[in-house]
Write a protein that binds this ligand. Structure first.
Ligand code: NAD
Length: 471
């Protein structure tokens, strides 16, 4: 990466000599890169470039769009090793997982759109009307740091496929994979101005992006707090918004489930990316009479997850992405103790042998009380709450008892029963008995977890306006 000190605007790498943002290595705390803390002017230039490019790109042929996305796919495959190591260092996800997820998923998602596009109905007949699906316009994309390239790809690939032009503001903590992406796109046939990258802080360049009248849609992934600011800003000039936000997802283990398999599945999911996953199953609901056994199984599972250097192939649990995130998670662990929940494993002290970097012990609380702050608030770290319930209705009530509704899981020996309970969860997705992740299925939240859907045809439709011609 040669361009980390620049922004990518109107097909050019534009130098920046102003203040910069430090990018830290999660496992050591060292500064490994510096990127621009750009100003509002740079963002306005990028928006103007995207606005100017829209007329032509919105009229581009499907073949032209497919060609560019094929070139992007090839570039993502070619630079996969570099992407995996970059995100592993920035975010702390162990390299083996980062290779499959942080580098692998962006290529997989791009491929799903390449397969879908040739047959996607950009127009259809409805009686005497031709219904056309037209690109929404200039799209502002704002992304977080936990799956930094994946979240960008989920926005820019369908946006470009729809005929939109894009300005991306990546997360400050993990911006480097967005630069790799910009370098790849720079080498494709994408016309200048269709994709622009401006690095900087949310309160400045992000704020300009969400309020600019030329931006017709904001596609955002991040915290519910920032999503709220975006929704308010969008209301002022009726921008379209797609918001992917936080979660506090429940894993409902029914009394007839294979307890060991269900606990293992829940713990693995909860600790993925050290708990820095919006869909993490952070609340494990178990029948009250199985609570102690479930806690023992969970404690044994986290004991096998000792934190280590994320660059080593054998590491399964890495550090958190930043000092701020580590401190926030430690504060939540202290809060859990203060609130009187049972500390079953882990705790607020730094793990042994991890005096550098942003490490936190994988932690399990038992007898967690519904309605407590530990049970209600998104922690975004390796902290599992085990919550006893009385009966199925109680479990569903507790599962649905937060402001969020992003993901969930149900476990039962009876597949029909599991599906029935899954249908009562007020969340955008539910994993039934450990069902596989599906990159073609819609992804998004109910309630304070989001508005809109990503992935598959639903992700593409977000970037399309509907026009009907009466003939
Ligand atoms: P964040 O909201 O602090 O930041 C996300 C992005 O918003 C960053 O690029 C940031 O610079 C920008 N931003 C911040 N303030 C802004 C403002 N005033 N105006 C415009 N932009 C602004 O979130 P984070 O801490 O980076 O990410 C963690 C959060 O993201 C968690 O809550 C997590 O659940 C959520 N998340 C959700 C999904 C999902 O798909 N639902 C996926 C990953 C992460």
């Amino acid at each position: 990466m040669n361009n980390l000190s620049k922004n990518y605007i109107n097909g050019e790498w534009v130098s920046w000599s102003g203040p910069t943002l430090d990018v830290h290595e999660a496992g050591t705390g060292d500064v490994i890169a510096k990127v621009p803390a750009s100003g509002r002017d740079e963002m306005e230039q990028a928006i103007a470039a995207a606005d100017a490019a829209f007329a032509d790109w919105s009229e581009s042929s499907l073949d032209q769009r497919i060609k560019v996305l094929e070139q992007l796919h090839a570039g993502l495959k070619e630079r996969a090793g570099e992407i995996a190591e970059t995100v592993c260092r920035e975010v702390g996800m162990p390299i083996k997982l980062a290779t499959g997820i942080q580098a692998g998923l962006p290529a997989t998602i791009t491929k799903t759109y390449l397969k879908m596009l040739p047959d996607f109905p950009f127009s259809e007949q409805c009686g005497n009307s031709e219904v056309q699906y037209a690109p929404v316009g200039v799209v502002g994309c704002i992304t977080p740091w936990n799956y930094p390239l994946h979240q960008v790809i989920l926005k820019i690939v369908p946006a470009i496929a729809a005929g939109c032009t894009v300005v991306l503001k990546p997360a400050e903590i993990a911006p480097q994979s967005a630069y790799i992406l910009a370098e790849i796109l720079d080498g494709t046939d994408l016309p200048k101005g269709v994709f622009n990258l401006v690095s900087g802080e949310g309160q400045t360049v992000g704020d300009t992006l969400i309020k600019h009248p030329a931006v017709r849609m904001v596609s955002f992934t991040g915290s519910t707090r920032t999503g709220g600011l975006i929704a308010h800003a969008a209301a002022d000039d009726f921008k379209r918004i797609a918001l992917e936000m936080g979660g506090k997802s429940a894993s409902v283990i029914l009394p007839d489930a294979n307890l060991a398999a269900a606990v293992k599945g829940t713990v693995n999911n909860c600790l993925l990316n050290s708990g820095q996953t919006c869909t993490a199953l952070t609340r494990m609901l178990v029948p009250a009479d199985l609570h102690d056994e479930a806690c023992e199984l969970a404690a044994a599972a986290v004991a096998r997850m000792t934190p280590g250097n994320p660059l080593e192939e054998t590491t399964r649990l890495g550090p958190l992405a930043s000092a701020q995130q580590r401190d926030k998670v430690i504060d939540y662990i202290k809060l859990g103790i203060e609130e009187g929940h049972t500390l079953v494993a882990g705790g607020p002290e730094a793990p042994e042998g991890c005096d550098k970097g942003y490490f936190v012990k994988a932690t399990v609380f038992g007898n967690v009380k519904p309605g407590s702050r530990l049970e209600q608030e998104e922690i975004f770290g390796p902290v599992l709450c085990v919550i006893p319930y009385q009966d199925e209705a109680d479990a569903i009530r507790i599962a649905n008892g937060t402001q969020y509704g992003l993901s969930g899981a149900v476990w039962s020996a009876d597949a029909d029963r599991a599906k029935k309970v899954a249908g009562k969860l007020r969340t955008g997705q539910v994993f039934v008995n450990g069902g596989d992740f599906n990159p073609l299925a819609p992804f998004g939240g109910f309630g304070h977890s989001g508005i809109g859907r990503e992935f598959g045809k639903w992700g593409l439709e977000e970037f399309l306006e509907v026009r009907s011609l009466q003939l």
